[in-house]
Design a protein around this ligand. Structure first.
Ligand SMILES: [Zn+2]
Length: 181
């Protein structure tokens, strides 16, 4: 097991589009293990996408289950995910392990339905809302080479410098990858 290095903005590789996973083999599952370790090594990391560790395949992990009173699907390992339906919009604060010094207000769909393969290659359908839906959309964006700062309506009004001390503060802990209040 290993904690992998995270690419940081403005590394241009973060803009790369990731390719679909084709081989659902042991090498893939070993990588997923490392990716999950890397997510959990960050303070309060609730999501991670493979391109953040310079592996350009459509792999994302989301787990918001540690957050109180948050509807969730547990730990989801999403391979080749596709959004199939969305409803409603909401503004929420997001942060990203690849942009450690900032958070931003981002408009996202409130409720989503999506499908993805699991590490064995089986296709599943999921429903998410609220905070988890936001985290999923944030990670799916990474697979398409998009960062939350690409979705700000206004950098001037919607981008916030993170106070270093707050990074380990309890309430800030969940903002690190993917979510808002
Ligand atoms: Zn991110």
């Amino acid at each position: 097991m290993a904690v992998l290095d995270i690419l940081k903005y403005p590394d241009q590789r973060l803009k790369q589009t990731s390719a679909p996973v084709e081989d659902f083999d042991d090498a893939l599952r070993a990588f997923i293990h490392d990716l999950e370790q890397t997510m959990r090594a960050g303070p309060g990391g609730v999501g991670i996408a493979a391109p953040q560790v310079a592996y350009f395949y459509q792999i994302a992990i989301i787990d918001v289950s540690a957050r109180p009173k948050t509807p969730n699907n547990g730990c989801m390992v999403l391979l080749n995910p596709e959004l199939i339906h969305w409803e409603g919009v909401a503004v929420g604060r997001e942060g990203c392990m690849s942009i450690p010094d900032y958070t931003g207000n981002v408009i996202r769909a409130e409720k989503i339905r999506f499908q993805a393969r699991d590490p064995q290659g089986e296709l599943h359908e999921y429903y998410s809302e609220g905070y988890e839906a936001r985290a999923v959309q944030h990670e799916l964006d990474h697979l398409n080479g998009l960062l939350f700062i690409d979705r700000l309506v206004s950098r001037r009004n919607d981008l916030f410098r993170r106070k270093k001390a707050l990074r380990v503060h309890r309430e800030e802990v969940f903002i690190v990858e993917g979510l808002g209040r």
